[in-house]
Write a protein that binds this ligand. Structure first.
Ligand code: IDP
Ligand code: MG
Length: 151
């Protein structure tokens, strides 16, 4: 079972795409274990995007993610990381495959609507960075055995 952190970034919230984005992940069959609506502090943004510090787009990225509230979620499931990355599409929306969230709703790399963890290890680390353990629910969806071969 993997965990992945998903953020509907400020553009997704402002554009009214929260339901659309959550719906796609929910219909894929993954298990939502945590969700909150929040304004991201510059400190949390810097910790989350530490790997990008020093890159030309870093300052713009920090102002983007802190510009307006986000919806942050933790999802669980077999291959959850890869499944969410596939649903989101490539980082640059005009390079993303048709049918993905970024291709369907975005055009610019700096306004690409979503974040999804890029590896199982980062999924665990990012969920731990954004959520306290008492903000995460341990549960099973009814009918999960029809999506997860083993659970
Ligand atoms: P990812 O979100 O697909 O994992 P990363 O390479 O981890 O992509 O970059 C993090 C975020 O930084 C991207 O989602 C995008 O919002 C922003 N970003 C990445 N590259 C650029 C760029 O060249 N210009 C502007 N923003 C960028
Ligand atoms: Mg990334």
């Amino acid at each position: 079972m993997e965990r992945t952190l998903v953020i509907v970034k400020p553009d997704g919230v402002q554009r009214g795409l929260v339901g659309e984005i959550i719906g796609r992940i929910e219909r894929r069959g993954l298990r939502l274990i945590g969700m909150k609506f929040m304004q991201v502090s510059p400190e949390l943004a810097a910790r989350h995007y530490a790997i990008h510090k020093g890159k030309p787009f870093y300052d713009g990225l920090i102002s983007y993610i802190t510009s307006s509230p986000v919806v942050v979620m933790a999802w669980e499931g077999p291959k959850a990381v890869e499944a969410v990355r596939q649903l989101m599409g490539a980082t640059n929306p005009t390079a993303a495959a048709p049918g993905t969230i970024r291709a369907d709703f975005a055009v610019e790399i700096g306004r690409n609507l979503t974040h999804g963890s890029d590896s199982p290890d980062n999924g665990l680390a990012e969920v731990a960075l954004w959520f306290q353990s008492n903000e995460l629910a341990s549960w099973q969806r009814d009918g999960e055995c029809w999506v997860f071969e083993k659970n």
